[in-house]
Design a protein around this ligand. Structure first.
Ligand SMILES: [Zn+2]
Length: 465
């Protein structure tokens, strides 16, 4: 080795050391080692995202926007790369909400039934809908454009009926209506830039006589629900998106998507909770999952850069029909076929008694080889103990799974009574469980981000598109 080369080598070594120091510690002064997820940090995020000041992060409201801006600010400080609009982390999604001029009318043959009289339209996916009566058998998909007559549309059935246009149920069969009696039904928002169809059927509650008549309808009978549009309200919903580009030039093409939904039900003006306020704080649903993705982003950004790329996403308007994640899937920031796995985090703020302490479960665990492989790498991850609830189809992961991406939801929701109630508050959160659970996912996610393992659906288990 010549002296010149030696000097050059020394310079290169110094440069490498400097670069390594910068890469391994984008947060000088924080001295946060890889893998260290602190309960105080989890609490701090929770107190902001589920505190009363942010008013329940209502889908498509200014409060949702503030929550997304909060996430964006954190990402900037950790050195996560922005993937939103105009060099920032925030994606602004234009949505349209048609508003009706008068009560919609259901027509079956020559008979007419009016909202507020014989029927109550609880949800409506478009101003006018039409379909034909089909027989519903649990466990089998109904043909596209079906109208089914069932006593009650539960959330589980709602997932199974994603190809159904309308559900005709008993008068209280569409679940609790959060609107004033007699108010016109709300129509699901439509995304302007990526208008793909909604995956939720309209639900119409029928009075006793009408329900008896509907039960006798023969398959093939045509049914229409007609509403007259008064105005189309323009609104927005927001996602936050960031990325850590993989360190390996080849493997960085592969993307791991970690996600959660940032919105919740907002401020329920029409229905103050007994003995409490009327803010739907959504501490568990889904501030907890949003915080998991924040903590993982910070911990991974602070450590050695993984070989594969990781995209972190917080979706808006999940609660009003999955608008944010559907937009992301329709206009992805990276091609969907490069996403090797999506893990959505939903409701991990409390332990589920059905599984061992400090354990999480994975929806659709039995559908792919991802869950078992993560468990082999130390994730405290087991099969979903509530298969009857169809959770696999009830979160944002389904948008990706239906498009072929191996996508599951990580959760520990034990069917607690505070679900979608104003009482889903910070005081109910088990911070030890939550912190430990997030921590337990870090090493397995790091392994996945460094490995060449590509998960796959098991034979016959790929969800229908
Ligand atoms: Zn949720």
């Amino acid at each position: 080795m010549t002296p010149v080369k030696r000097i050059l080598t020394a310079a290169v070594v110094l440069l490498n050391v400097a670069c390594a120091a910068r890469n391994s510690s984008p947060n000088p002064g924080r001295h946060r080692s890889d893998g260290f997820i602190r309960e105080a940090s989890v609490r701090a995020h929770m107190e902001f995202l589920a505190g009363d000041a942010i008013n329940g992060r209502g889908s498509g409201t200014r409060d949702e926007w503030i929550a997304v801006a909060y996430v964006a600010a954190q990402l900037r400080s950790w050195g996560v790369e922005p993937m939103g609009d105009n060099g920032g982390y925030v994606q602004t999604i234009e949505i349209e909400r048609p508003e009706l001029a008068a009560a919609p009318v259901l027509s079956i043959g020559a008979r007419r039934y009016t909202h507020g009289k014989e029927i109550t339209v609880a949800t409506m996916s478009a101003p006018s809908l039409s379909g034909t009566i089909a027989t519903f058998k649990p466990g089998t998909a109904t043909p596209k454009g079906s109208v089914v007559v069932i006593p009650e549309l539960t959330r589980e059935l709602s997932a199974a009926l994603s190809t159904t246009v309308m559900v005709l149920a008993k008068s209280t069969g569409c679940g609790p209506v959060r609107r004033q009696p007699g108010a016109l039904p709300r129509i699901s928002p439509r995304t302007v830039a990526a208008p793909s169809s909604t995956t939720r059927p309209a639900c119409i509650g029928l009075d006793a006589d009408t329900y008896v008549a509907a039960e006798k309808l023969t398959p093939g009978t045509s049914v229409t629900l007609e509403g007259q549009v008064k105005t189309v309200q323009k609104a927005n919903t927001w996602n936050a998106v960031g990325r850590l580009t993989g360190s390996d030039p080849q493997m960085s093409r592969d993307v791991i998507l970690l996600s959660a939904h940032i919105d919740h039900l907002g401020n329920g003006r029409a229905q103050a909770a007994a003995g409490g306020d009327n803010i739907y704080n959504g501490a568990d649903d889904d501030a907890s999952g949003s915080i998991a993705v924040l903590e993982l982003a910070e911990a991974i950004a602070a450590g050695r850069r993984p070989k594969r790329t990781i995209v972190f996403a917080w979706f808006g308007s999940e609660e009003s029909g999955g608008t944010g994640s559907r937009y992301f899937a329709d206009k992805p920031v990276v091609p969907l076929d490069r996403i090797v796995a999506n893990l959505q985090f939903e409701m991990i703020g409390r332990a589920d008694e059905k599984v061992p302490p400090h354990t999480l479960w994975l929806t659709g665990y039995e559908r792919s080889n991802l869950g078992p492989e993560l468990a082999r790498r130390g994730a405290k991850l087991v099969q979903d103990p509530h298969p009857d609830q169809s959770f696999f189809t009830r979160s944002d992961n389904i948008q990706f799974a239906r498009r072929g991406v191996i996508a599951h939801t990580v959760s520990s929701f034990g069917l607690h009574k505070d679900y979608h109630a104003a009482s889903d508050e910070i005081r109910t959160i088990d911070f030890a469980h939550m912190t430990d659970s997030i921590r337990s996912m870090l090493a397995p996610i790091r392994w996945l981000s460094d490995s060449e393992f590509k998960p796959d659906w098991l034979p016959g288990k790929k969800p229908e598109s």
